[in-house]
Design a protein. Structure first.
Length: 416
């Protein structure tokens, strides 16, 4: 007799078959299993022009049997495909050592999931001979008895674009490195455009509100024509002419105030004024009548209102964000928020189900289902990652560090 879930299946297993250039995928429910075979060739992308890379690739491929590889030249990159992942790893290592580039190379299973926009434990509706993805609806509790804790956590980690922290004992910074690599790889296939969501918390808020990443900061496609364009960041500078002698002002931004103090003349004048007036940050100045300077746009508008400066609207140094493509950082954060919501709902469902079976004993850790423990540990990991996110972006040792991005984040989070 068919049950309500008999036509609902969950993606539970991948098996890469290099000799057949295929990926075997298992879809299961409590009663049935469907096994499907998909053609699959692992690859990586080199973000480099065809003219620069073609001679080097020809030499490398000829030295390691080029017939194992196929090149696909695109406008700003070269896609390198292989019949076998191990062979692709060899070429990747050679390119890293010879070109000093680090193209993203994911495990075959992660590549396949990204390309299909699928995840472990995604649910699928069975319609005739086809499977239609429904997404992350609920955790397949029928698997609980057959999966060990480490396996649940490992699959969840790959599922949600994170590394297998449980088995590899990686630091949070290393997990962020791998996570962002996978996000960038995935969204090369599944492009998303603005609008994007906004959250409330300093660096997270700044990244999402202003669509920030090293790819979308000062992009080539959306350079502002005016300081008043909607994608100009508050850190954009505007030329002003001062109308008083010996003029100081307090900037709205602590980061700009500190950088100005450390880099401009009259260091001791500012130090003395800060101490004399009990200021919390260094004043900007001194300036003299008819002197011109570039200052933050928000400061320029405020000083113009009090007639202390005149604004030169055509003279500005814009800092901007992309209006077309959504930042990989934003996409990654949105993914974590969505997964966290799914985890919360799945934990609540499992707890209710187990409460009906065990009563109050379910609240004892040793009595909790394996799936519940795996989900809870994973939820805790996501919370830790979000807490660590600002430190990661501002740390020079992270593989996705950008000096310009770090500066903008410090600027945007230091208004006061």
């Amino acid at each position: 007799m068919a049950t309500p879930n008999s036509s609902l299946y969950w993606l539970t297993h991948l098996d890469y078959k290099p000799h057949k250039q295929s990926m075997i995928v298992d879809f299961e429910n409590s009663e049935n299993k469907i096994v499907k075979k998909y053609a699959f060739f692992p690859f990586f992308d080199l973000i480099i022009s065809k003219e620069k890379i073609q001679p080097v690739l020809k030499d490398l491929l000829s030295s390691i049997s080029g017939s194992k590889y196929r090149l696909k030249f695109e406008e700003h990159s070269v896609k390198v495909l292989a019949k076998d992942f191990n062979e692709l790893k060899k070429l990747h290592s050679l390119l890293v050592s010879s070109l000093q580039v680090q193209p993203i190379l994911l495990k075959p299973e992660q590549q396949f999931l990204c390309m299909q926009d699928w995840s472990y434990f995604d649910s699928f509706a069975s319609e005739f001979d086809d499977l239609i993805k429904l997404g992350l609806t609920s955790f397949p509790s029928f698997l609980d008895a057959s999966l060990e804790f480490e396996k649940v956590f490992s699959l969840l980690a790959q599922n949600h674009l994170l590394s297998e922290k449980f088995s590899e004992h990686l630091s949070l910074f290393e997990i962020w490195d791998q996570f962002l690599n996978i996000v960038e790889f995935k969204y090369a296939f599944h492009f998303e455009s603005i609008p994007f969501i906004i959250v409330n918390s300093n660096a997270l808020h700044a990244v999402e509100k202003f669509n920030l990443s090293k790819q979308t900061l000062n992009c080539l496609c959306c350079k502002p024509k005016s300081i008043q364009d909607i994608n100009c960041l508050p850190s954009s500078l505007m030329e002003v002419e001062f109308l008083q002698d010996g003029f100081f002002f307090d900037s709205n931004n602590r980061e700009f105030a500190l950088q100005f103090h450390l880099s401009q003349p009259s260091f001791f004048s500012r130090l003395k004024r800060k101490k004399e007036f009990g200021l919390l940050q260094y004043p900007i100045g001194p300036f003299y009548r008819n002197q011109k300077a570039m200052i933050p746009f928000s400061d320029a508008l405020r000083l113009a209102e009090t007639h202390e400066v005149s604004v030169h609207w055509t003279q500005f140094q814009p800092v901007w964000f992309c209006l077309i493509q959504k930042s990989p950082l934003v996409l990654g954060l949105e993914d974590l928020y969505a997964r966290n919501q799914w985890l919360t709902q799945s934990l609540e469902t499992l707890q209710v189900q187990d409460l009906q079976k065990q009563g109050l004993k379910t609240y004892l850790k040793q009595n909790q289902p394996i799936a519940f423990q795996g989900l809870q540990v994973y939820k805790d990991l996501i919370k830790q990652l979000l807490v660590e996110f600002p430190s990661y972006l501002n740390h020079p040792s992270s593989s996705h560090f950008s000096t310009d991005l770090s500066h903008q984040l410090r600027f945007l989070t230091s208004f006061g």
